[in-house]
Ligand binder design. Structure first.
Ligand SMILES: Cc1cc2nc3c(=O)[nH]c(=O)nc-3n(C[C@H](O)[C@H](O)[C@H](O)COP(=O)(O)O)c2cc1C
Length: 179
């Protein structure tokens, strides 16, 4: 099973990216967690460009989403919203079938960042993804600059990530209703 992990932050020292790296280490041997690294390569979404043909980074993004059995997103909140880079990436999926009924888990390293989480649930549900509340978790780093190894070594943080991963694998193993 393959899970595509997407950090909503393009910051080099991103805590969201570290949480996803920890998820890759905590996943069982049968689960391959692949970190998407192309958020910054995507042009701004433009339906005119889409109509002319997908730019290669967009084609790669869509192919990676399409090939994944599930998505795991960890995102910061900026000004009570979803970071523009992540929203842009999601906008490029609106015109394709890749996200349809795809199980999605949402990790959140900041307990106070409730607006972006709610917005992501709304956006992804509108796009017909299957957002799983069991596969979504607050991973309370609360600003601590922990690396992936420290997150894996923290019992509370690793339990939250493992539980979300287990639920995401279960969701990906369950056929969507009506399919
Ligand atoms: C411009 C800016 C706006 C932010 N706005 C919010 C906000 O509205 N709510 C919140 O909880 N955190 C906010 N934050 C804090 C970030 O969500 C937090 O620093 C997050 O951990 C960054 O994720 P990263 O470490 O993966 O880059 C903001 C940070 C920046 C730089």
């Amino acid at each position: 099973m393959q899970i595509l992990a997407i950090s909503g932050s393009v910051r080099a020292a991103s805590t969201n990216a570290r949480v996803l790296e920890a998820a890759a280490r905590l996943a069982s041997a049968s689960v391959d967690v692949v970190l998407y690294d192309g958020l910054e390569t995507l042009p701004y979404f433009n339906p005119d460009v889409e109509a002319r043909g997908l730019p290669p980074p967009v084609a790669r993004w869509r192919a990676q989403v399409g090939a994944a059995d599930a998505l795991l997103i960890s995102s910061p909140e900026y000004a009570h919203g979803v970071p523009g880079a992540l929203k842009n990436a999601l906008d490029w999926l609106v015109g394709g079938p890749e996200l349809y009924q795809k199980p999605v888990g949402l990790l959140n390293p900041s307990p106070r960042s409730t607006h972006a989480h709610a917005a992501l649930v709304e956006i992804l549900t509108t796009m017909a993804a299957r957002v799983s509340s069991e596969a979504s978790a607050v991973v309370p780093l609360s600003g601590r600059p922990l690396d992936a190894a420290a997150i894996v070594g923290d019992p509370e943080l690793s339990l939250a990530i493992r539980s979300a991963l287990d639920a995401l694998v279960r969701a990906a193993s369950t056929p969507a209703r009506g399919l």
